[in-house]
Design a protein around this ligand. Structure first.
Ligand SMILES: [Zn+2]
Length: 395
């Protein structure tokens, strides 16, 4: 016998009236079974080609507050497309972190709202994505392969998005309270950023030089974290391993390649890798560096001179650059704020051209609505029939 969630009729095997129906959706099939006997049918479902959409915190905040009609309507349409198995809207650890920055009573409801739209689909954590990208680049470096980096959807989405989603999903996530730490970190990094604006504005360098300088400081930060980690181990800190952050663990994991080589040679190799184009072309490193290089360029051109305005304008910049640089290569479309839209479509960066990702913001909302129209009109009759089997009317 099975846990039948929706009865459709009599069992074709034992004949018990009103005992046969939907059990669950699993992968690419609908399972139907009987309340009384062991009969189980596996009904294959049609192939899906879902679009992966990233909705940023700005979008969710507006839809959640429920005051802005354009966001509420778009969110509802996207949820319907997700239920119709045409899109997935995975949430990321950045959604969770940014929700933590809200007033206490709103944090959990906001994250729940985000997860409901995602139907439980989740992007891999940022550090997992970086890890996979950097390891692949390091392997290319060791093998002397071309430096052009490739991405694989599994870097960021472990589960095949084209599996059928069940109509029930259970939220297993727990909500840790890190409001204080996250708020402090955010304030500190935004202040540090605003503090270098004058210097950046007066430095004569080219965009490409600035990208390289950002890439190098990113490499440097990995190495510094590792050195700190080694120091705390050498100092006998019992919590060293427990408190080690992902950046120091990255180097630790790169040291595991060819462990028969002497350690100092392995470390030398890693240093050479961090100086190489292999590292500079890691998508997350490259895209993130370009965003800050573009900011420097804009400052040189005399933009953003209002210091007071900058504080609010750039308060979410780090989160925005993080989610775009990490997840853009894995998305078909992203909804971002106007500033990110401008920068990501700037000819110097041009993510849509490089990655094929569609970008939308309030700047081109009509294009976004047209995109949703197109998705909605793109439903196949076979999928509609399957949806009717899975979600029987009234179930
Ligand atoms: Zn039966």
């Amino acid at each position: 016998m099975a846990l039948v969630s929706y009865i459709i009729g009599d069992c074709p095997s034992c004949g018990t009236p009103a005992s046969y129906g939907n059990v669950m959706v699993s992968g690419y099939a609908l399972l139907r079974g009987c309340l009384k006997c062991k009969h189980l049918d596996r009904i294959s479902l049609p192939e899906l080609k879902k679009k992966v959409i990233y909705l940023d915190q700005f979008f969710f905040s507006h839809a959640f507050r429920g005051q802005d009609k354009m966001f509420i309507e778009a969110q509802q349409r996207i949820t319907n497309l997700a239920l119709a198995q045409q899109v997935v809207v995975p949430y990321s650890n950045l959604h969770a972190d940014e929700s933590q920055l809200w007033a206490e009573s709103q944090r959990a409801p906001l994250l729940k709202f985000i997860k409901q739209t995602s139907l439980g689909h989740r992007f891999s954590y940022e550090y997992e994505v970086k890890n996979r990208q950097i390891h692949r680049a390091f392997q290319s470096f060791l093998a002397n392969s071309p430096t052009t980096d490739t991405v694989e959807r599994a870097d960021a989405l472990r589960r095949d998005v084209n599996e059928w989603d069940d109509y029930v999903w259970i939220d297993v996530g727990n909500f840790s309270n890190e409001h204080g730490t996250l708020k402090m970190r955010k304030d500190r990094s935004v202040k540090a950023l605003l503090d270098v604006f004058d210097m950046w504005a007066s430095t004569n360098s080219t965009f490409e030089e600035d990208v390289q300088s950002e890439v190098r400081s990113c490499a440097k930060s990995y190495i510094e974290h590792y050195v700190d980690y080694l120091k705390s181990i050498a100092g006998g800190d019992p919590g060293a391993l427990l408190n080690a952050n992902e950046n120091s663990m990255m180097i630790e994991s790169l040291l595991r390649y060819d462990d028969k080589l002497p350690a100092h040679l392995r470390m030398q190799r890693i240093m050479a890798f961090f100086q190489s184009d292999y590292f500079a072309n890691v998508p997350e490193v490259r895209i993130g560096s370009e965003f800050f290089a573009l900011l420097r360029q804009k400052l040189r051109q005399g933009e953003f001179i209002n210091k007071k305005k900058n504080r609010s304008r750039f308060s979410g910049l780090f989160y925005d650059v993080r989610f775009i640089s990490t997840y853009a290569p894995y998305c078909d479309a992203m909804v971002v704020d106007n500033l990110m839209y401008q920068w990501a479509t700037d000819p110097l960066i041009d993510l849509p051209k490089r990655l094929g990702v569609r970008l939308f913001s309030r700047n081109n909302w009509n294009e976004f609505l047209t995109y949703l129209d197109e998705l909605e009109s793109d439903r196949s009759p076979a999928i509609d029939d399957a949806l009717k089997m899975i979600h029987p009317v009234g179930a």
